[in-house]
Design a protein around this ligand. Structure first.
Ligand code: SAM
Length: 433
């Protein structure tokens, strides 16, 4: 699994084609959910050399991580909104000048040149020049937590977690994350940490500030580790699977949690609705020399009759907790997404309960910060499912931060619960009667 945030961040000298590719990528990222992933496969980006490609990606990530404050700074200087494309060019210009610290003349000139490439936008060259030069004279504050999140999400987080916690969540948006790794063999963790200049986190994940191509890092070729956020690694550990136990990973792709369960010695069935995404699971298993039964099926209606000792439901969700590496989710998500996804999660939870053996464990998790997908989902599930009960999670278990443990023993992991950040998750563990 490659992680786009682990690329180098060059700060100047990339030319106009890199900026043009960044413009395409930013437009794709803001246009639709998963638009960033599609944009990353765009031919304009592929045509660039490695250094320019890294610049284009870094520029778009920097823009998305500061989009709220960038827009506030632009709105204060532009009375009538120009066409969308000019807005995107201005956003990229501000991110170059103030986040990537591109030399001022390069940030301004290339932004004006980008506008000039479109003959319908010639009349906006002066505006782009004037706005960027004005901002260079009076630099805007781009890390203001009150502006970093879209206002509808900030409002939701205030309502769910309180004003202070919501502000702390938003402050993490501007931070570029380190890379977290899960280790296949815990006995190798210390040696790999030394080789990768990494810190061993509670729970056993490694955290490294390394950048660049992960395929060249020590231990990658041998399949000693895979990229997985520290929070994302917690749910599978909480199943506590033993060698030879059966485990079902109901929404498995791209496979980080399947790898954890297989590495712990379980006989794993890895299910996902998407055959395309399952290819990643198969590739990841092969690289780690681990095995699992990989099945393309809808987990809600999978006709197989087996029940499992351990069931993991890492359900499809709004993914608002993943903004550290995917800041586009904040801007592409819509309020109506949450209700639609909550309905899918509830169907999948019922199916997960049916798949769990008597006495077996079920872990439900979502990488979402929205209560309807977490706390609300679990309350409703317990209300309609008499043969499951919460199996409370203790502080420290599986690496769970103490600050994340709720009174009912479920986890509400907020991005500020670990120094340096971790993804937002909700996790609940159940025992079937
Ligand atoms: C949050 S991702 C899973 C990430 C994965 N567990 C990991 O750790 O790498 C959710 C996955 O659910 C899959 N999915 C969505 N609806 C599904 C369904 N009804 N049945 C099975 N898989 C589904 C999606 O294709 C997606 O791969």
């Amino acid at each position: 699994m490659t992680d786009i945030s682990s690329q180098t961040t060059p700060n100047d000298a990339a030319g106009l084609p890199a900026r043009a590719a960044a413009l395409d990528l930013l437009t794709a990222a803001l246009g639709a959910r998963a638009g960033m992933d599609e944009g990353l496969n765009h031919p304009a980006l592929a045509a660039l050399d490695g250094r320019d490609r890294a610049f284009a990606r870094a520029l778009v990530m920097a823009t998305l991580r500061h989009l709220g404050p960038i827009d506030a700074a632009l709105q204060a200087r532009v009375r009538k909104p120009p066409p969308d494309k000019v807005v995107q060019i201005l956003r990229l210009g501000v991110a170059q000048a103030f986040v990537l610290k591109t030399p001022a003349h390069a940030a301004v000139t290339t932004s004006v040149d980008l506008v000039a490439r479109d003959k319908n936008l010639q009349m906006f060259k002066g505006l782009v020049n004037a706005v960027l030069r004005g901002l260079l004279r009076e630099p805007p504050a781009l890390d203001d937590p009150d502006l970093l999140a879209p206002s509808w999400l900030a409002m939701r987080w205030r309502a769910a977690f309180g004003a202070e916690a919501a502000r702390e969540i938003a402050a993490v948006i501007a931070q570029e994350p380190a890379t977290d790794l899960s280790v296949k063999d815990p006995a190798q963790a210390e040696a790999l940490a030394a080789a990768l200049e990494a810190e061993v986190l509670p729970g056993g994940s490694l955290r490294t500030g390394r950048r660049g191509d992960i395929a060249t890092w020590p231990g990658f070729a041998e399949g000693g580790w895979w990229v997985q956020d520290a929070a994302a690694a917690i749910p599978a550990r909480l199943l506590g699977v033993q060698t030879g136990q059966t485990a079902l990973d109901m929404c498995a792709a791209p496979g980080g949690k399947t790898l954890q369960l297989a590495a712990a010695g379980a006989e794993v069935a890895a299910l996902d609705r998407s055959a395309v995404r399952l290819k990643r699971v198969a590739e990841n298993l092969a690289r780690q020399a681990l095995t699992a039964e990989v099945v393309a099926a809808d987990a809600a209606t999978w006709p197989d009759k087996r029940r499992f000792d351990a069931v993991l439901l890492d359900a499809p969700c709004s993914a608002t907790g993943t903004f550290r590496r995917h800041p586009d989710v904040l801007w592409a998500a819509k309020p109506s997404d949450v209700a639609g996804l909550a309905a899918v999660q509830s169907k999948l939870l019922d199916a997960a309960a049916r798949r769990t053996k008597s006495g077996g464990r079920l872990v439900y998790c979502v990488c979402s910060l929205e209560p309807e997908e977490g706390e609300g989902q679990v309350t409703a599930f317990l209300g309609r499912t008499p043969d499951v009960a919460l199996d409370p999670i203790a502080a420290g278990e599986g690496g769970a931060p103490a600050a994340s443990v709720r009174p009912d023993g479920t986890l509400r992991i907020l991005p500020q619960h670990l120094p340096g950040g971790l993804d937002g998750f909700y996790v609940a563990r159940f025992r079937k009667a």
